[in-house]
Design a protein around this ligand. Structure first.
Ligand code: ADP
Ligand code: GLC
Length: 485
């Protein structure tokens, strides 16, 4: 079966968050399961540089504000084939794929991602004469229009184009644009309505996908339920409820070739569940690198995260003085909202021996923290899946998480009973509040004081497996249901 994934990021070429890890690992897992899978990507500089040798498949002129668009076909490092859309007017901008240097969304994002979706749909109906997708699988709002283009083509031509699947990685990012962009998107005018892609008078790329795709998935079973409620539905809960029969939550996996303490070239000493001594050395190396006091008695709380409202890290800010007073340490790597960056910088100045803060995006450092910390801290307000807690589990770095979304689906709270029966893997709190977070922190300190218990929990965590092959196996029946014969 020929399946085309349309997305804006892919590890290791271009990554701003977990989306790239998913689009880097799910397609190879689908290929292992027998799919003939390809990707289509916008031609950002990092994509063109990373794709290697390509051949030209098609050339188009005057599309979506680009005088000339070249569709190239190359191969990702994973061996999966990928189309890259070379349209310099739209994509030849360094840095973040969505925002300019001042962190403002590019004014032509509707055309930049409209073109991505349009090409994805056209790859089902002959843009590449040698390969036609039977299923187009889009990720997030960036590819949200693809199902709409497919349905429009089917209406105009009176026959089926391809099946479509949309995966929601984060409902909070919807791709909303003023109604006046509509004529630039080459969609039927009557799609701009409540039963279509209109969202309170604006064009919503995400709603287009949620409305027109044959199947919807999201990245954990808990999030699939949560987004059907007003609290977490971001205004789309009604539509999601009406599509409940077509919506499934499939938990993301871990690429254990990249995130594996026994193989990881980015950490100072490799280790596994039977040889945890290496982790102690990673811990010391982290303290040295971060300029923290070298101590063994109290835990290191690690954070690798986008610094946004979603991640709930102001709860950690509130708990910092208490963590430090108990002898604990915090190592944070992150970038995002200015006020959070600033607040953590100030905290690091206040507690130089106990709190280390690095503002920025740094792939090798993220591995050093996941390996060297004792706890990975993810107190999210909402979390569709979350990957850092899964990486923490693999490295014996116990996740401290809120019971929400994929965090709830992947971490089991440590109690004396769950540690002993080998199920407990982390610390889970319910209420999104400073006291609830503080109690979970306290429980982490307590368990840390009993090294045998702590090591048992580490082994439990490291034994947990989140395989992409399982996720791919759950995806396949959806494809089979909707694929064009
Ligand atoms: P989200 O996609 O919401 O940001 P996830 O937990 O799903 O959250 O994925 C985050 C991914 O981005 C992980 O691979 C994490 O290691 C990585 N990451 C986040 N912030 C940074 C950073 N500042 N430097 C390096 N990697 C980061
Ligand atoms: C989004 C979500 C995150 C999820 C990731 C990959 O960025 O915020 O929870 O893990 O996508 O699906």
């Amino acid at each position: 079966m020929r399946v085309l994934h349309a997305c804006s990021e892919v590890f290791p070429l271009l990554k701003t968050g977990g989306l790239a890890d998913v689009t880097g690992a799910l397609p190879p897992a689908l290929a292992r399961a027998g799919c003939d899978v390809r990707l289509v990507l916008p031609g950002f500089p990092a994509m063109l540089a990373g794709i290697g040798p390509t051949r030209e498949i098609a050339t188009l002129s005057h599309r979506f504000g680009a005088a000339r668009v070249r569709l190239l076909l190359g191969q990702l490092p994973s061996g999966v084939s990928a189309y890259v859309i070379d349209a310099p007017e739209l994509y030849a901008r360094a840095g973040n794929p969505y925002n300019d240097a001042d962190n403002h969304a590019y004014a032509d994002n509707h055309r930049r991602f409209g073109l991505l979706a349009w090409i994805a749909a056209d790859l089902a109906v002959g843009l590449d004469p040698d390969w036609q997708a039977q299923v187009v699988h889009g990720h997030d709002w960036h590819a949200g229009l693809a199902p709409a283009y497919l349905k429009a083509w089917e209406r105009a031509n009176g026959r089926r184009a391809a099946g479509s699947v949309l995966t929601v990685h984060n409902l909070a990012y919807q791709g909303l644009f003023d109604a006046h962009v509509l004529p630039e998107l080459e969609l039927p005018g009557d799609y701009f309505q409540m039963h279509g892609l209109e969202y309170y008078g604006r064009v919503s790329f995400l709603k287009a996908g949620l409305f027109f795709a044959d199947k919807l998935t999201t990245v954990s079973p808990a999030y699939a339920r949560e987004i059907q409620s007003p609290e977490q539905g971001c205004g789309l809960e009604g539509l999601l409820q009406s599509r409940a029969a077509d919506l499934v939550g499939i938990l993301n996996g871990v690429d254990y070739e990249v995130w594996n303490p026994a193989l990881d070239p980015l950490i100072p000493v490799r280790y596994d569940a039977r040889r945890l001594r290496g982790k102690k050395e990673c811990r010391r190396a982290l303290q040295r690198m971060a300029g923290l006091r070298e101590q063994d008695e109290a835990p290191i709380f690690g954070v690798v995260s986008r610094l946004t409202e979603q991640k709930g890290l102001h709860l950690l800010l509130g708990a910092l003085p208490d963590i430090v007073a108990r002898g604990g340490q915090v190592v944070l790597l992150g970038t995002g909202d200015h006020w959070l960056e600033e607040a953590f910088r100030v905290a690091a100045q206040r507690f130089p021996e106990s709190v280390s803060v690095e503002i920025g995006y740094h792939e090798p450092r993220s591995h050093e923290i996941v390996a060297g910390a004792d706890i990975i801290t993810v107190p999210s307000r909402f979390e569709p899946c979350g990957l850092t807690q899964l990486y923490g589990l693999a490295y014996g770095t116990l996740p401290l998480v809120r019971r929400v979304g994929g965090l709830a689906d992947s971490v089991i709270d440590c109690t004396p009973a769950t540690v002993a029966d080998r199920s407990g893997t982390g610390f889970v709190f319910d209420e999104f509040s400073e006291p609830a977070f503080a109690r979970a922190v306290e429980r982490a300190f307590e368990l840390f004081r009993t090294p045998l218990q702590w090591q048992q929990a580490q082994r439990n965590a490291m034994r947990a497996r989140f395989s992409w092959d399982d996720a791919a196996a759950r995806m396949l029946p959806l494809y089979q249901e909707v694929a064009k014969p």
